[in-house]
Write a protein that binds this ligand. Structure first.
Ligand SMILES: Cc1cc2nc3c(=O)[nH]c(=O)nc-3n(C[C@H](O)[C@H](O)[C@H](O)COP(=O)(O)OP(=O)(O)OC[C@H]3O[C@@H](n4cnc5c(N)ncnc54)[C@H](O)[C@@H]3O)c2cc1C
Length: 387
């Protein structure tokens, strides 16, 4: 069997690795000319951790993880609302791996290097999906036939647009920004500090005493950055977060031209189908649950795992395997998306009353209840754990 994967992100590399181990010939076409260590901190939980374990990558990921003692929630001005310890959450959620998206990407890249044909600077230019084969023309000039085409090319997937049409992106009304900055932040280096405003949340992840990795959720309707450049994002953050306390402002002031900024709108992807004949979508391309779910990378890993298993179980019938994959992954994606909708009100809501209720709940909720809420938020994972 010969499979073409469009996109060498988390989903594409994971699928390449899992298929190669099952003896499938895989070609990955990646638009970027180089695989660079891009992306900021992500937290894999429960099934995400179990999936990297099944892939044999747990040690490679643990070697790269950032250990922290927990999270402290504050008002924008810095009043402490709550402190949560990581150990208990880790236990109750079935494991947590906190590291950079770039670290997960690097661990996957290392694992596939030399085993899977990775064509950088290459994308699909035209395709014809027939009942027996998918014929593609690639930007490197080659025309080839494959048994299946998997679109793992991200939230704005060109494969999705080509095969499933447009209009499947649902903006949730906000922007996500993540960056890394050299700064004497003055924070306790053992805790993530999260500052909750109205329609805004700023998280500061201390990486030792002199580096911070901030992440920001910002509701639409007010200020917007003039461009994605570090300078414009810095100016925007300083304007938009004027009422946040000293650690936040100090961190934003330290953003300079060398800071790598990741920013995108918070957009959910919800096409009615993710499989058509011999073409399937995977990861964000299929069902981006947004940054608000905290489950984008876990879903990409789980999707790759489900897809590889389905192809293994239906070796002579690719369309049946893809339908099996679709039936398995869609309910999982739908539950992560439900969680993201819930989180939307909590983080992007601008209502003063709602923010006051949220802050009071954070301040007074007993630990046992908080953990139960967190478990419920991620419950989709345990219920949907692949066998
Ligand atoms: C550079 C980058 C940085 C990121 N940083 C963060 C972060 O800091 N925090 C966070 O929460 N999430 C981040 N993400 C998103 C996160 O990786 C995904 O939401 C999640 O892991 C799902 O993975 P995915 O493989 O489906 O999509 P992605 O990881 O987005 O991967 C999609 C891949 O497809 C490639 N591609 C796009 N179009 C084409 C095409 N036409 N042909 C071939 N290849 C194509 C892209 O270059 C990319 O490599 C980042 C994504 C990228 C690409």
């Amino acid at each position: 069997m010969r499979v073409l994967v469009s996109g060498a992100g988390i989903a594409g590399l994971s699928l390449g690795l899992l298929l190669e181990r099952r003896g499938v010939e895989v070609v990955i076409a990646e638009r970027a000319r180089r695989l660079e260590p891009l992306g900021h901190y992500i937290g894999l939980k429960g099934n995400g951790v179990r999936t990297v374990e099944r892939m044999g990558l747990l040690d490679a990921c643990r070697a790269r993880e950032q250990r922290l003692d927990g999270v402290r929630f504050h008002t924008p001005s810095g009043r402490l609302l709550r402190e949560n310890r990581a150990t208990r959450l880790e236990r109750e959620l079935g494991g947590v791996l906190f590291f950079r998206r770039a670290d997960l990407h690097a661990a996957l890249h290392e694992a596939v290097a030399g085993k899977v044909e990775l064509r950088l600077g290459t994308e699909v230019q035209a395709l014809e999906a027939g009942p027996e084969r998918v014929e593609v023309r690639l930007s490197d000039g080659r025309s080839e036939a494959f048994d299946a085409l998997i679109g793992a090319d991200g939230v704005r997937s060109p494969t999705r647009a080509r095969v499933f049409g447009s209009g499947h992106e649902v903006p949730l009304g906000g922007r996500y920004i993540a960056l890394t900055v050299e700064v004497d932040h003055g924070l306790d280096p053992r805790f993530v500090a999260a500052y909750l405003g109205r329609g805004q949340m700023v998280g500061l992840i201390p990486i030792g005493p002199r580096v911070a990795s901030p992440f920001v959720y910002h509701a639409d309707g007010g200020e917007q950055p003039a461009s994605r450049s570090a300078a414009d994002v810095r100016d925007f953050l300083l304007r938009a977060c004027g009422d946040f306390g000293a650690p936040v402002r100090r961190t934003f002031e330290a953003i300079d031209a060398s800071s790598y900024v990741f920013t995108d709108s918070i957009t959910m992807v919800r096409p009615p189908r993710i499989v058509k004949g011999r073409v399937a979508l995977l990861g964000d391309a299929a069902a981006c649950p947004t940054f608000l779910s905290g489950m984008g990378s876990a879903l990409a890993l789980q999707g790759a795992y489900h897809l590889a298993r389905a192809l293994e179980e239906h070796p002579g019938d690719v369309p049946a395997a893809l339908l099996r994959y679709e039936a398995g992954i869609r309910p999982i994606a739908a539950r992560y998306q439900q969680s993201a909708w819930k989180m939307r009100g909590f983080v992007l809501g601008r209502s003063r009353v709602r923010a006051a209720v949220r802050d009071a709940a954070l301040a007074w909720m007993p630990d046992r209840l908080f953990v139960r809420e967190a478990q419920r938020f991620y419950a989709a994972e345990r219920a949907a754990s692949p066998a």
